[in-house]
Ligand binder design. Sequence first.
Ligand code: IPM
Ligand code: MN
Length: 363
Amino acid sequence: MKATIAVLEGDGIGPEIMAEGLKVLDAIAARYNHEFEYIRCAFGAAAYFAEGSACPDETREICDEADTIIKGPVGLAVREMDRIPIEERPELAVLEMRERYTTFANYRPAKLPASLANFSPLRKERLGEGIDILMIRELTGDVYFGKKREGKDTGMQFAQDDCVYTEEQIRRVATTAFEEASSRNVPLTNIDKANVLATSRFWRAVVEEIASSFPEVPLQHVLVDNAAYQLVIDPTQFNGVMLLGNMNGDILSDQAGGIIGSLGLMPSACVGPEKVFVEPVHGAAPDIAGTGQANPYSMIGSAALMLEKGLGLDEESNLIWDCLFSVFEQGYVTAELAAAVKQGTVLSTSEFGDRVVSAIQAA
Ligand code: IPM
Ligand code: MN
């Protein structure tokens, strides 16, 4: 297959983990006779300082034209971020991209096989057969996209972010979550705050209605505060698909990263009707940029998700996942995991990518 891929390296560790993602894509292209054309474009805080926009027009045009998009994290050190006006912040450029391509379903898989249980800060006994939770986070609504107001009312200063969900927004992401649960033959856990929020009650009602078309999928509802607790006490009870609104998904997916040992193990895919872009869940970690300590797993995993969701290359995607785990299973670790694991050989960012490539070539 021939595909054009827009490459947005982002800030901080973005360029170095992107290099590993592309290295792995090249190995896949060589093995399966694909032709991937990368078109690099500016995006993020550095792009703002260089070109006056976190997402320059040219980047937008390239992304519009590309078959799919791979993106690194954005953001620099606080003192630099403070020099960017609120309306120009790179986080907003990320939200704009999600809106532009209506990527309503954000796949955030949290996987930790039992063989790698020592990555987790939780005791081994709590991890049973291993963690395999596919978080599906809604990505186009909630407080992130509601009306914002700041001002003074009867002398009192206030700020307001409206939380809004339309039926269509809930319906499409819930349908996606049920379809995934059905095809994987796993249960679905819906997360909300229906005991307090009107948007959550509506969310749950729509989820219930869609559930009637998927009688084969076991469904449970868990309130978000309790889910945060249960995730730590007994994470494997959520093995399967977890459906979350935008904010709940933002928060609990970071927690999932903590539970499996590192946010560096959390890739993601933003999936919409006509475009898929992938990005790691974590930030740009400017403090370790350029030191070779960044874990490229999240970016390589994102590349695997891009092949599956963006280009329909399931076999290639599965091979990347197998090779990613095989590197860890051979006893190698990345820098941020070394302290917890206390054994194994620590690999630099590029050494980890090289090992994944060798595994692809040897498979
Ligand atoms: C994430 C990030 C983003 C979000 C930021 C960068 C806008 O935290 O992808 O989880 O809040 O969704
Ligand atoms: Mn986040």
